[in-house]
Design a protein around this ligand. Structure first.
Ligand SMILES: CC(C)(COP(=O)(O)OP(=O)(O)OC[C@H]1O[C@@H](n2cnc3c(N)ncnc32)[C@H](O)[C@@H]1OP(=O)(O)O)[C@@H](O)C(=O)NCCC(=O)NCCS
Length: 150
């Protein structure tokens, strides 16, 4: 049984290992640990997602699932619960940058946009200023008010 739950401070090393193994940047992770979720199974952490919150805007980041556990809906569950957490924190719209999953996020309601269209505070985040190459795709989603809290 794999549960999606809030990340704990003691999860930090496992999360960093998961991101590194999946080729995702750690830069700025500390800004997202207040709204971070893990997928936790008997063998430990097998998935992660987090939101950096900038007022009513959020940066969804570091969504990943260990290869052995992909394709069973964990990615979707992580994103849906991250959205609920963001909504609970007052976020109206989520943005993300990705080099690897621009075809996947539209399944969850995200739509492509121009990188320059992201709100100014996000433009100063580590993902925008360095960690995600200029070629990374920007996607965005306005959150529904009925999002269920994780
Ligand atoms: C993207 C990712 C989080 C999806 O996790 P997951 O748990 O497999 O997702 P789900 O089980 O909810 O969805 C699986 C479906 O999405 C598809 N899918 C998974 N990753 C995809 C990708 N990168 N691009 C397009 N489709 C993808 C699968 O083929 C599967 O399709 P099916 O339902 O038609 O069989 C996972 O592949 C991953 O960790 N990738 C590496 C890290 C990454 O790219 N993260 C996103 C950048 S922030």
């Amino acid at each position: 049984m794999i549960e999606i739950e809030r990340a704990r401070p003691t999860d930090r090393m496992a999360i960093e290992g998961l991101l590194a193994a999946n080729g995702l940047p750690e830069a700025g992770l500390e800004f997202a640990l207040g709204a971070a979720l893990v997928a936790r199974g008997d063998a430990g952490i097998v998935g992660f997602a987090a939101v950096e919150i900038y007022g009513s805007d959020g940066l969804l980041r570091s969504v990943c699932v260990e290869p052995d556990h992909r394709g069973i809906g964990l990615g979707r569950r992580l994103v849906e619960q991250a959205e609920a957490l963001a909504r609970q924190s007052g976020v109206d719209e989520l943005f993300l940058l990705t080099e690897t999953a621009a075809e996947w996020f539209p399944r969850l309601g995200y739509r492509p946009g121009r990188r320059e269209s992201a709100p100014a505070p996000l433009q100063t985040s580590p993902e925008f200023t360095g960690a995600c190459p200029i070629g990374a795709a920007l996607l965005r989603k306005r959150l529904s008010r009925s999002a269920i809290v994780a």
